[in-house]
Unconditional design. Structure first.
Length: 190
């Protein structure tokens, strides 16, 4: 058991197999036509990557940011050089994949344009989509470039690193704030 659970890829593969079994055995009616099957799979993947994205957002804001000042100076490089870059990798790619899958779902179901233009009955999901787009923009074009400076992934002096860390934190907190109404809009759209 240790070998299996010690291997993330094996665990993810087993989870995928279990999900496929569940899809085919208990939700098979959605797989009788290709459109319904495609929609079900897109929604499932969108949810998976959305949970990964928002889970990491909450990890940064509830755990890493508040804990960093308490970590002894000699241990901080482990977070800055190893943990944070790995978490930021999954964070930014999960954000992009979540958005692309959301756009694919809305396009597939033919409500992309009405939702983005906030037309009835798509206002709620439209607001959620706009919040998600703003959040993904923040991840890729504000948080990640500033984190690269703050973590020393790109060269920067100490003043630039401090300013970049503060900017990344503010936009990460902005995304935390926006995630709450975004999640409401996404969960309550039917």
């Amino acid at each position: 058991m240790d070998k299996f659970f010690g291997n993330l890829h094996a665990v993810l593969g087993a989870g995928l197999v279990l999900a496929i079994i569940l899809m085919l055995s208990l939700n098979g009616q959605n797989f009788e036509d290709g459109i319904a099957a495609g929609n079900a799979i897109l929604r499932w993947l969108h949810t998976f990557f959305g949970v990964l994205w928002i889970g990491l957002l909450y990890y940064f804001n509830f755990v890493q940011i508040p804990t960093m000042p308490k970590i002894p100076a000699e241990l901080k490089p482990a977070v800055g050089k190893h943990i944070a870059p790995a978490a930021l990798f999954w964070f930014r790619w999960a954000a992009l994949i979540t958005v692309l899958l959301g756009v694919a779902i809305a396009g597939h179901a033919k409500y992309l344009a009405p939702a983005l233009s906030l037309q009835d009955p798509y206002k709620l999901i439209g607001v959620g989509m706009w919040l998600g787009l703003i959040m993904a923009f923040n991840v890729w074009f504000v948080i990640w470039p500033n984190q690269k400076k703050a973590l020393g992934i790109v060269e920067a002096d100490d003043a630039t690193k401090a300013k970049a860390a503060k900017t990344a934190m503010i936009f990460s907190r902005t995304n935390t704030l926006l995630s709450i109404p975004m999640l409401y809009a996404m969960v309550n759209f039917s």
